[in-house]
Design a protein around this ligand. Structure first.
Ligand SMILES: *[C@@H]1O[C@H](CO)[C@@H](O)[C@H](O)[C@H]1NC(C)=O
Ligand SMILES: *[C@@H]1O[C@H](CO)[C@@H](O)[C@H](O)[C@H]1NC(C)=O
Ligand SMILES: *[C@@H]1O[C@H](CO)[C@@H](O)[C@H](O)[C@H]1NC(C)=O
Ligand SMILES: *[C@@H]1O[C@H](CO)[C@@H](O)[C@H](O)[C@H]1NC(C)=O
Ligand SMILES: *[C@@H]1O[C@H](CO)[C@@H](O)[C@H](O)[C@H]1NC(C)=O
Ligand SMILES: *[C@@H]1O[C@H](CO)[C@@H](O)[C@H](O)[C@H]1NC(C)=O
Length: 292
């Protein structure tokens, strides 16, 4: 019996659950929607067009806002708040590992005197079909929504920056690589869990050595996946925010997703350290015994 092996076994079990949650968060409507990789807030898309030339006939939105030119700014803000709804696009598009979801902010997309920022939450309307290796392509989704609205407004009219595509392309590559890495990590963590359970009953340093190796591989896989996800979501969010600001598009990074993926990595690190400790103490015990 080796009771200390229970600690790495528990760590592996925790890491396994957390990795599964990373993979399946948001895979269907309303399931862990908060654990997104990145959310694109399009609720104020086109607000750049309202300030200056709303009255001019060349403005694609002029048909929606005939009388806006000399309205007071308060009124403009009211109109901007439901702009996304008026031109037929969703308020947000959130990327997950297996799909993306879309919907609107309730009770409204902008905080006002009665609705504080904390009261605003997402109302998911639907999610893309779940396919492994799907493309997160909000550009196409936006284009489709605009087309379906039948107003004749296109992304070009809204001055959609080409550079936003860079942030989105980075995410697209990320999703393929990271999906594979999470699957590999889940496989190895499962093996590490089995090995740890076996080692509870099998004493001997060989068992501990094998466990260190497997736990280390699992740590590498989940650590690499977490590092790539962190790097790309941070970079993608910054790029989208830099270029999206001028057309009223914002990106939010998924802090909760990063928290659970790094928690899984931390659990595997604890497993490795426990095995190292077990290995060392066992050796010194035996040395003492031989010396006696
Ligand atoms: C519209 O103009 C106001 C001030 O007139 C400014 O504060 C706001 O940032 C402008 N909005 C956009 C989207 O340019
Ligand atoms: C816009 O102006 C027309 C007439 O000039 C008026 O009938 C209509 O109610 C106005 N719309 C808004 C939203 O103020
Ligand atoms: C704030 O927004 C909510 C939801 O759109 C609305 O019901 C409420 O009347 C607004 N409050 C003010 C003071 O504009
Ligand atoms: C998802 O698949 C169903 C049929 O399986 C199809 O009717 C639907 O249009 C698809 N939705 C999307 C967003 O591709
Ligand atoms: C927009 O819809 C029309 C039909 O309503 C279709 O002919 C056209 O190809 C669509 N454009 C895009 C970019 O999907
Ligand atoms: C969405 O973005 C707008 C600005 O583009 C911002 O004012 C608003 O607070 C954002 N909404 C949420 C729920 O983050």
């Amino acid at each position: 019996m080796r009771p200390l092996a229970l600690i790495p076994a528990l760590c592996c079990a925790a890491a396994l659950v957390l990795s599964f949650l990373c993979l399946f968060a948001g895979h269907k409507k309303g399931f862990m929607e908060d654990y997104h990789l990145l959310t694109l807030n399009t609720s104020r898309i086109g607000s750049n067009l309202l300030n200056s030339s709303a009255a001019s006939s060349s403005n694609p939105l002029s048909s929606l806002f005939h009388n806006i030119s000399d309205s007071i700014s308060n009124e403009i803000n009211d109109r901007v708040a439901d702009l996304a709804e008026r031109i037929g696009v969703e308020d947000f598009y959130s990327a997950h590992l297996l799909d993306y979801c879309y919907g609107s902010y309730v009770p409204s997309s902008l905080p006002n005197s009665t609705v504080s920022k904390g009261d605003i939450h997402k109302d998911v309307e639907g999610c893309s079909n779940r396919t492994t290796m799907y493309h997160f392509d909000p550009t196409a989704a936006l284009e489709r929504s605009l087309n379906e609205s039948g107003l004749g407004v296109t992304l070009g009219d809204l001055n959609w920056p080409e550079d936003i595509q860079k942030g989105i392309d980075a995410l697209r590559i990320l999703q393929k690589v990271v999906f594979v890495l999470y699957c590999i990590a889940i496989g190895i963590i499962f093996i590490a869990l089995l090995a740890a359970i076996l080692a509870v009953f099998a004493s001997g340093r060989l068992a501990a050595g094998i466990n260190i190796m497997i736990a280390f591989l699992a740590f590498l896989a989940i650590g690499l996946a977490s590092a790539i996800v962190t790097a790309v979501t941070v970079k993608g969010t910054n790029v989208i925010n830099q270029y999206g600001k001028e057309i009223g598009v914002e990106a939010h990074r998924g802090g909760k997703f990063l928290a659970i993926t790094w928690a899984a990595t931390g659990a595997m690190l604890i497993a490795i350290l426990t095995w190292c400790f077990e290995c060392c103490t066992r050796r010194s015990k035996r040395t003492q015994y031989v010396e006696k």
